[in-house]
Design a protein around this ligand. Structure first.
Ligand code: NAD
Length: 456
């Protein structure tokens, strides 16, 4: 049997292995998911609700084991891994209730007939997920999908197969399992996307791979649901609560060492408060501690790999050449472990190189720029190929409302950052994706509408 080996980003050590699948295993997983879809699962919402609730209970019973494995595989600190488990439970429990509320509409039509518009689960769905928040990002999309009545084939990232394997071992038993896993990299993902039994491909990952997935699904008219990259921006006006804005930036710019789609990696700051923001932010970022993710004193663990660390460093080097690195700027000298440990970095300047302000760095780097008018702030924030998450900091309600309407981002927070809810749809505009996760909208992505017309 071929093996897919997992390594700790914190120490470089081998931490476990799963089977490495090939095309035959992908076909078999899809076939079994189709068999389960043909049974009671697709029609009995109470059965699905009970399953989702029980799965939440089983995960809760193993919460610390799962959090420990998430930290081991991703290198993020334990408190973040616990948050990931908590959000997973929330997704399961919320959607267990939602499954019983799926309904259609009835129309009395001008020719005297009656139209019933019903929602039916679309069929076998593929879930391809990244490594940064591997369990929550899966359940964010898969819990509503299962609630709708589809069955699933999941492909985790090659960096994080062990946590998925553990979570799947807690899945309640059914005569025909409704979730199947396939393990491997791009070739396995690509085989899954191309499988004719798969009706919906729900992909979370980079914009580049998302583009390839969208092209592949369009060839056979499968439906893509895409959650892709971002450049999360905060606009801080002079009347905003600077202290809270800086706190939110630190909490969300350096979360998972900045390896978050919604990371607050870019600040646009009104000129009158620019120096204050840069000074406050720099002083507080300089105090963040980098180290082993299981050390209770650690604020930031390593980035996922040395290769990724070198990519992050290449962005920092652009700013260094321009004399714009205010804090950090390279490998953390205090850590002697065999991983890619980067010092949290602040880059600031009146204007910055466009590669820094528009590309997804996906590391512990926050950039700060100046703006003079609200129109300029909106124009520059929107001058990005991404559009997932933005925030506005101001006490001026009319300005907050107008600005939030004008920003081309799927989520805009006012006076907060990175708050998501199982109740409310979220997703990306522009190259940050297509489709929505969470809420009824997240469930409806996995249904087909059918009109049944009655002569009466
Ligand atoms: P990635 O795009 O490299 O990989 C994501 C998944 O796709 C992995 O499971 C990978 O094995 C698989 N894959 C790779 N090539 C494939 C192909 N040709 N066909 C099918 N599957 C393929 O992303 P990553 O490095 O794992 O994660 C980081 C990226 O994910 C960042 O860009 C980040 O912004 C994004 N992300 C987005 C969200 C969101 O909700 N919008 C959330 C988290 C991460």
């Amino acid at each position: 049997m071929n093996k897919l080996i997992s390594y700790s980003p914190a120490t470089g050590e081998e931490i476990g292995a799963v089977r490495q699948d090939g095309p035959a295993a992908v076909n078999e997983a899809c076939r079994q998911a189709q068999t389960a879809f043909n049974g009671e699962w697709r029609t009995n919402s109470k059965y699905r609700a009970a399953f989702l609730d029980l799965w939440a209970d089983n995960i809760e019973a193993r919460a610390e084991d799962i959090a420990a494995l998430l930290t081991l595989e991703t290198g993020k600190i334990r408190s973040e891994s616990r948050t990931e488990v908590r959000l997973t439970l929330e997704a399961l429990r919320f959607n267990a209730q939602l499954s019983r509320l799926v309904a259609g509409t009835t129309h009395e039509l001008p020719d005297g007939s009656v139209g019933h518009v019903i929602r039916q689960p679309a069929g076998v769905s593929a879930f391809i997920v990244p490594w940064n928040w591997p369990i929550f990002l899966l359940f964010r999309d898969m819990a509503p999908a299962l609630a709708s009545g589809v069955t699933a084939v999941v492909k985790p990232a090659p960096q994080t197969p062990l946590s998925l394997e553990l979570v799947l071992s807690t899945m309640p038993e059914l005569p025909e399992p409704v979730v199947h896993a396939v393990y491997g990299g791009a070739d396995v993902g690509s085989a899954l996307v191309d499988n004719p039994l798969v009706k919906i491909v729900c992909f979370t990952g980079s914009t580049e791979v998302g583009r390839a997935v969208a092209a592949a699904t369009s060839r056979r008219f499968a439906k893509p649901v895409l959650e892709l990259g971002d450049k999360g921006v905060s606009i801080i006006f002079r009347d905003g609560d600077i202290d809270r804005a800086v706190t939110a930036c630190i909490e969300n710019g350096f979360l998972t060492s900045g390896q978050m789609c919604m990371a607050n990696s870019r600040l646009l700051v009104e000129r009158a408060v620019f120096d204050r923001v840069v000074d406050d932010l720099s002083a507080r970022v300089a105090r963040l501690r980098v180290g082993h993710p299981e050390d209770a004193a650690t604020d930031l663990g390593p980035v996922i790999s040395k290769q990724h660390g070198a990519r992050v460093q290449s962005f920092i080097d652009i700013a260094r050449a321009a004399g714009q690195v205010v804090v950090g700027g390279g490998t953390a000298p205090e850590v002697s472990l065999d991983g890619a440990y980067l010092s949290p970095t602040v880059i600031a300047g009146e204007t910055l190189d466009r590669r820094i302000t528009s590309e997804e760095i996906f590391g512990p780097v926050v950039s700060v720029e100046v703006f003079d008018t609200a129109e300029e702030a909106v124009r520059r924030a929107n001058d990005s190929r991404y559009g997932l998450s933005a925030a506005i900091w101001t006490e001026h309600a009319a300005r907050a409302w107008k600005t939030s309407r004008e920003l081309d981002f799927g989520t805009v927070w006012v006076n907060r950052y990175n708050r998501t809810f199982a109740e409310v749809p979220s997703g990306g505009m522009k190259e940050s994706g297509a489709g929505r996760s969470r809420g009824f909208e997240g469930l409806y992505e996995f249904t087909e509408l059918k009109h049944v017309n009655w002569e009466v």
